[in-house]
Design a protein around this ligand. Structure first.
Ligand SMILES: Cc1cc2nc3c(=O)[nH]c(=O)nc-3n(C[C@H](O)[C@H](O)[C@H](O)COP(=O)(O)OP(=O)(O)OC[C@H]3O[C@@H](n4cnc5c(N)ncnc54)[C@H](O)[C@@H]3O)c2cc1C
Length: 535
């Protein structure tokens, strides 16, 4: 029986783009299906004001091609969404990727045919006028993103609002002009923290509804000095190598000392130094911030004091001070977030003790009071890690559905494969380091693993690879065990699915760190794809 493609790749973000390139290099045929009209994934959809990466651009970039590294010029320490999207398009042009991509085409169903050992993939209608497609492929590789399924909370009356409603994760491509408008923002996570200062500069009035106060550290973003860029370009391989020895896959120095075993003066000096430098490296001020409650409290108190220093109104400051563990939820990186609450046109409404009652025609009702605004912004994040995967009806052996299999939370072998779903690979799936790391190196590591695996199967004359139940069970156990060691699994965050009502509470990413994860994958390969059955 003839097969249409060696592989179908779902998604054309950084993961799907590089996967296509690697498969082509190895002489495999592939088709990419992408729901959006272009490449870029996260950077195609998240066009809200202030959107930018929070891992420094020179590190948040592909490393598979020295030529690409050398020719691309990052202009800012943290690139904006338009620059990141230009980068994605540059990569698509450079490697002529679009000819094997179908845009505006959402994969809806994929069924494993056990007789022919192939996947039958079905799509919805392509664009407004295209037709649905059915194709076959030996392998399906999901590159659907960990943060690509926007979460719209089920607040009563949402459909009653008369003005426009925007979700940060699906922002209008033509942009939004808030000049002279009153705006209500629901949410204070990473996207809100990036967009609120920018929207506040434009809007007549901004009312921010906050359920959970979040920690953020200053970005100290700036245009990149050409000398610095030259220096980075001259030493990219060393920097990338160092980064791969760090748990988060980011090249910053981790202070090996313990915060509790350090004098108060020295501790505050360390925190201040990291604060002044800016960015996620703040959490590397000491090695035990996510392991020891008291150490964590020192870091949290340092940030809390900063908030009280910046925010002039004591009541607003008190509401903005986070109560939980720092770093438990994803740490945010901002430009002028706290100071924005000193503006006369910004109001904070603390809804931590009482949820919003309902959205009304002209605003919303919370804590017995009506708030009115012209536009509503939902900065309410994503159904993370499993959201996009479970929107596709994946059917494995015996017609078993992935949704049913993951009823009690996702279970994978290495975050890459699932028992009874042969020849299905996931890029940055649950159970892999993914969102706890700089995702570009994590994506590249997965893509290389998958491409090499397909190559090895071809060399061995095999057509089926499948995770073994014992191997999956052991990996799931290991992912759970390491998550229990850190404070990160202790709070209600999207890492544990807490932002989605009814979602099983499981710490989804692998927190053992990128180096340990790479080692585990290398061991599996060295032992002839240990834990997998090949046929
Ligand atoms: C606002 C924001 C900022 C971020 N900043 C950083 C950062 O600084 N550093 C970092 O490491 N990570 C960051 N991330 C995480 C980011 O998602 C990854 O870094 C990376 O872009 C993921 O690439 P991807 O290809 O795996 O997934 P995505 O970029 O999410 O792409 C997935 C693609 O799959 C498509 N898709 C999904 N389902 C289907 C389907 N059924 N059919 C067809 N197509 C489908 C989607 O349309 C999407 O285009 C950020 C995420 C967000 C949302």
């Amino acid at each position: 029986m003839s097969i249409d493609f060696d592989a179908v790749i779902i998604g054309a973000g950084f993961g799907g783009m590089y996967m296509l390139h690697r498969l082509r290099q190895k002489g495999f045929t592939a088709r990419v299906f992408e729901a959006g009209k272009g490449v870029g994934g996260t950077w195609y959809w998240n066009r809200y004001p202030g959107a930018r990466c929070d891992v420094e651009s020179v590190q948040y970039s592909y490393q598979f091609s020295p030529e690409l590294e050398q020719e691309w010029e990052w202009s800012e320490r943290y690139a904006t969404q338009p620059e990141l999207l230009r980068y994605a398009n540059h990569v698509a042009d450079r490697y002529d990727l679009r000819r094997d991509m179908r845009f505006e085409t959402r994969v809806t169903k994929a069924t494993f045919d056990e007789t022919a050992n192939l996947w039958r993939v079905e799509t919805g209608q392509a664009g407004a006028s295209g037709s649905a497609e059915k194709v076959t492929a030996r392998f399906v590789i999901t590159a659907m993103g960990c943060l690509s399924s926007p979460n719209t909370p089920k607040i009563p009356g949402l459909e009653d609002f008369k003005g426009p409603t925007y979700h940060t994760g699906n922002w209008p491509h033509e942009g939004v002009d808030f000049t002279g408008k009153t705006v209500g923002v629901i949410g204070t996570g990473s996207s809100a923290i990036q967009s609120i200062p920018v929207m506040a500069e434009q809007a007549k009035h901004l009312t921010v509804f906050q359920r959970t106060a979040n920690y953020t550290v200053p970005a100290h973003n700036r245009p990149l000095d050409p000398d610095y860029v030259r220096q980075v370009k001259a030493s990219y391989p060393e920097m990338r190598k160092r980064a791969k020895t760090k748990p988060a896959g980011i090249d910053f120095t981790i202070n090996p000392a313990s915060a509790v075993e350090t004098s108060e003066e020295e501790r505050n000096r360390q925190f201040q130094e990291r604060w002044d430098y800016g960015g996620l490296g703040f959490m590397a001020s000491f090695s035990d911030l996510l392991l020891n409650d008291d150490s964590n409290k020192h870091a949290a108190d340092f940030v809390r004091a900063k908030i009280r220093e910046v925010v002039k109104d004591p009541e607003t400051a008190a509401a903005l001070v986070p109560k939980n563990i720092i770093g438990c939820k994803r740490l945010c990186v901002d430009t002028g977030y706290w100071a924005t609450f000193n503006r006369p046109n910004v109001t904070l409404v603390d809804i931590s003790d009482e949820p919003i009652e309902r959205i009304t025609a002209n605003g919303l009702r919370a804590k017995g009071r009506d708030y009115t605004f012209d536009c509503l912004v939902l900065a309410t994040g994503f159904d993370a890690m499993t959201g996009a995967l479970l929107k596709v009806d994946f059917r494995g052996r015996g017609g078993v559905s992935l949704k049913e299999r993951w009823n009690e939370g996702p279970k994978t072998y290495l975050g890459l494969t699932v028992v009874d779903f042969p020849n299905l690979f996931m890029i940055t799936g649950p159970g892999s380091p993914s969102v706890l790391t700089n995702m570009l190196p994590s994506i590249e590591q997965h893509v290389d693993f998958i491409a090499d695996c397909l190559d090895a199967l071809r060399a061995k004359g095999k057509t089926v690879i499948e995770a073994e139940p014992e191997a999956q069970e052991a990996w799931v156990g290991h992912v759970g065990d390491v998550s229990n060691i850190t404070l990160r699994s202790t709070c209600s965050s999207w890492y544990v699915g807490a932002n989605i009502p009814g979602k099983p509470r499981v710490f989804m990413p692998y927190i053992g760190g990128l180096p340990a994860y790479i080692q585990a994958c290398e061991k599996v390969v060295a032992n002839g794809y240990e834990g997998f059955a090949l046929a």
